[in-house]
Design a protein around this ligand. Structure first.
Ligand code: SF4
Length: 272
């Protein structure tokens, strides 16, 4: 199955995905400068779905206005930096809604195409909105943090938006303590808070990328022991179907015996 998260079933208005009560995601475009093999939305690009129009955004704004519990909007794609006029229009229209408390922008352009971080884009970010903008950098390996990428991260940080990162575990690429320790520690040094690291979505044809969950837990447990908690993202499994993003407990807990295991391997009983 290609639509593993049933996204089309939870699309009440064209371009708007609603898997959660209070937050929605807008797929501004399916354009992207790269074709990641592990991309779970690449089938939409293959179907040649078109970018949204201003009229589509107006309909989305109308839907959100009628659903007052929605407080958070994620502007995503594809690559949202490839449709700057639409991104600007969406931010301006949506920021007028009092119910919207935060924006998030999901991008991998800082790694794949840093030139997309243009003056025009920085100006859009620097505009005064009622809401704070959180900017997610999709980055998977320390080698992706090139000097060019670091330079554009600095430029974005100066606009006042808050940066955080999201990563995907990829077998043979970043499934090691060393690689991720370097990546996450460098990210906090340059002002990007590691937020989530996902188990790679199990879409057809990418079985070779899947890291066994036990190994992912072991790596994240080691990292939690070795580096600042501030540098440790949460390990997440995005459950296929119309489900949710579920945090994975690390090896510090033995729920059967009601004990925790401290950083030195000591078992400590906890009260219920
Ligand atoms: S950068 Fe993001 S949207 Fe583009 S192909 Fe990769 S995962 Fe998909």
């Amino acid at each position: 199955m290609k639509d593993i998260f049933f996204e089309d079933k939870v699309t009440p208005v064209k371009g708007l995905i609603r898997r959660y009560k209070t937050r929605v995601l807008i797929e501004l475009t399916y354009l992207c400068p790269v074709d990641c093999e592990f991309c779970f939305r690449k089938w939409k690009k293959e179907e040649k779905r078109e970018s949204l129009t201003r009229k589509d955004i107006d309909k989305i704004v109308d839907y959100i206005f009628k659903n007052k519990e929605i407080a958070e909007v994620i502007l995503s794609g594809g690559e949202p930096l490839m449709v700057l006029d639409l991104l600007k229009y969406s931010l301006e229209k949506l920021s007028a809604l009092d119910q919207i408390k935060i924006f998030r922008i999901h991008s991998r352009a800082l790694v794949t195409a840093p030139l997309l971080v243009s003056e025009k884009f920085l100006k859009i970010l620097g505009q005064k909105y009622k809401q704070i903008i959180y900017f997610s950098v999709h980055i998977n390996h320390i080698n992706e943090l090139t000097s060019e990428t670091e330079k554009v991260i600095e430029k974005i940080r100066k606009t006042g938006v808050i940066l955080y990162s999201q990563s995907v575990f990829l077998k043979g690429f970043n499934d090691s303590v060393e690689v991720l320790e370097k990546l996450f520690c460098r990210l906090i040094e340059i002002g990007v808070r590691p937020y989530n690291i996902y188990q790679c979505n199990k879409i057809e044809g990418i079985e070779n990328f899947i890291v066994p969950l036990k190994k992912e837990i072991k790596i994240m447990t080691e990292l939690r022991k070795n580096i600042s908690g501030f540098a440790c993202p949460t390990l997440i499994i995005d459950v296929p179907g119309n489900a949710n993003k579920i945090p994975v407990p690390l090896d510090f807990w033995d729920f059967k015996t009601n004990t925790l295991i401290d950083f030195n391997g000591n078992r400590v009983e906890i009260d219920e």
